[in-house]
Write a protein that binds this ligand. Structure first.
Ligand code: OGA
Ligand code: MN
Length: 296
């Protein structure tokens, strides 16, 4: 029988397997049931999270309560932002955010539809952005909807010295107008002037509070603004920095299966999602670990 007792938790063993993707970031955690994770195993998983920035755990069977309980081990959870329709997602479980194209009675049950979600970090328009997001796959289309992640450590480290010098000390506004699907956020007046759009101002290069590594902190491209620069100069410098984001050597693409849990460090990574056929169904449940500090 194919039962691995090391994942049982009661054995007291922390012998979970960490298999790096071989890319700039990401690792698969094997031999683990996230519902039964002892403290030692969690400590190993947390180390892997800091080493690899994104973890994939396949073959899970998690209820919303299980997803919340696992996520809570990383810290306090955020309440999900209100849906694009203005409604909350799961009655009684404000921590659960649904990413889905599925409609019930003509109303979407979740956010982001079936289109592309462009490169972004989650909710970096807050002064204290979330530490991490955990996304769990309940239904997956046969093709499309892959999610890619990129390492903002690797991107920072790859910048030429001259460019690093030019961005020293700069601050960047992370826009709060639109989400990554291009949808207007609840209660926000649409504006496309990066200088006046609402958002939070963060250092462009930050130090990760847990790893001590430096990372480029871009958030998302639309309405981003390098504070104090002429708009044209800000746009040109941002465009230059974003040419590094598009490079495949800094990224890892995940092809989903039902039962996959992916948790990403929302400070040192960005992610994007491919579009998929809207006549197929994709349902993901997400939690977010609340930020506890301003990026510095
Ligand atoms: C998210 C997100 C992409 C996806 O949940 O923050 O960007 O693959 N999701 O659904
Ligand atoms: Mn996201």
């Amino acid at each position: 029988m194919d039962i691995d007792t090391r994942s049982a938790g009661s054995s007291g063993s922390s012998a979970i397997d960490i298999a790096p993707t071989g890319k700039a970031l990401g690792a698969e955690v094997r031999n683990v049931d996230l519902k039964r994770l002892d403290d030692q195993a969690f400590a190993a998983l947390l180390r892997a999270f800091h080493d690899h920035s994104v973890l994939l755990v396949r073959g899970q069977t998690l209820s919303d309560q299980d997803l919340i309980a696992f996520s809570r081990r990383f810290g306090e959870l955020d309440w999900a932002p209100v849906q694009e329709t203005g409604r909350r997602f799961v009655e009684g479980l404000p921590e659960i955010y649904i990413v889905s194209n599925v409609k019930q009675n003509g109303e979407p049950i979740g956010s982001l539809g079936a289109g592309e979600a462009v490169w972004h970090t989650d909710m970096s328009y807050l002064d204290m952005p979330p530490i991490a997001s955990a996304l769990y796959a309940l239904e997956i289309p046969p093709v499309g909807g892959n999610t890619s992640f990129c390492s903002m450590y690797a991107i920072h480290d790859a910048l030429p010295d001259d460019l690093k010098r030019r961005i020293t000390g700069l601050k960047i506004k992370h826009d709060g107008t639109y989400n990554s699907g291009g949808f207007l956020r609840q209660g926000v007046t649409p504006t496309d002037d990066p200088r006046t759009s609402p958002g939070a101002i963060h250092p462009l290069v930050c130090t990760h509070p847990d790893t001590g590594r430096q990372m480029l902190y871009l958030g998302r491209r639309r309405n981003a603004y390098l504070v104090g620069l002429e708009l044209a100069d800000s746009e040109a410098l941002l465009d230059e920095l974003w040419t590094y984001v598009a490079r495949p050597d800094f990224a890892w693409e995940h092809v989903w299966q039902v039962g996959d849990l992916v948790i990403w460090d929302n400070r040192c990574t960005m992610h994007r999602r491919d579009p998929f056929d809207d006549s197929s169904r994709r349902i993901m449940h997400r939690t977010q670990i609340k930020g506890t500090a301003r990026p510095v």
